[in-house]
Ligand binder design. Structure first.
Ligand SMILES: [Zn+2]
Length: 70
């Protein structure tokens, strides 16, 4: 008897095969969230004028010649 009745077993079987429609949507959402978060962090480090963030990463900004600072 190799019948899998737990959610974990079903998820594992899908993981080794193709993703279901819902699973691929979740994966797309996760990739999108990671990209948006990375973009926000990069923007905050490189372009934010908030003094605490600006002063903390000031040397880094100057070491990257393409970032306008002052
Ligand atoms: Zn500067």
């Amino acid at each position: 008897m190799d019948q899998v009745t737990t959610g974990l077993g079903v998820a594992h079987r899908h993981a080794v095969g193709t993703l279901t429609w819902a699973q691929s949507n979740v994966a797309l959402l996760q990739v999108g969230l990671v990209l948006v978060t990375a973009a926000l962090v990069l923007w905050a480090i490189l372009f934010s004028n908030y003094p605490l963030v600006h002063d903390t990463f000031h040397e880094l900004r100057h070491s990257l010649y393409f970032v306008p600072c002052h």
